[in-house]
Design a protein around this ligand. Sequence first.
Ligand code: FMN
Length: 216
Amino acid sequence: MSRVVELGGLRMGSAEVASAVEALVQKRRSIRDYVQEPIGRDLILEVLSLAGRAPSAWNLQPWRFVAVTDAAHRETLQAAAFGQNQVGRAPVTVVVYSDMVDTLARIDSVLRADLAPEAKAKTRQSIIGFFETLTDSQRDQWGRAQANIALGYLLLILEAYGLGSSPMLGFDAVQVRSLFGLPDHAEVVALVAFGRPAEEGRASQRHEVASLVRWA
Ligand SMILES: Cc1cc2nc3c(=O)[nH]c(=O)nc-3n(C[C@H](O)[C@H](O)[C@H](O)COP(=O)(O)O)c2cc1C
């Protein structure tokens, strides 16, 4: 029997929730052309806020975003993305990046509020201690891995909002950092162009799950 689940004020059976999620996952594909109309800042903030609900180790939330909507910036970003058309066509492209220096400067705000002061100090020290064992580059790769979780969330959230999106790794990270004044330690995880879809996207092609899974 399907349980009842409260979702954003909606009461749905758990079977309905599962089939809505399944439909989103099955339907999502990369969209590289968009209706030529702007997407408002409120909507952009809403989808980024939901993407930021992604889990991360120690809840450090190292993802950061640049929401690029300005026409001149979109043009220069397109050049930094090797001229990829979708950046020119999309009303918004979000630069998803991680910043471990900012993340570690904000540790106090992610320590659980219900912890006693000594427990907080201990957790803080174990996090700092862990990062002291890493090189700066290993620390930044750690942040990149966590930010990729938010990237996955973002792609599905955009689909849920009826927005088509195109994740991209085809860009020059040095140019992207310089365009938006990001620090050298920032890891640019992906560009995500999005807007109302103006195409269907390509046929989906995936490995059979049985060929990817081993049982133990
Ligand atoms: C991290 C990442 C980087 C990608 N980079 C590019 C890219 O630079 N340009 C592009 O056209 N597509 C890019 N793609 C899209 C993939 O080619 C696409 O996701 C894959 O073929 C599966 O198709 P689907 O997204 O329609 O399901 C990227 C996808 C991901 C997840």
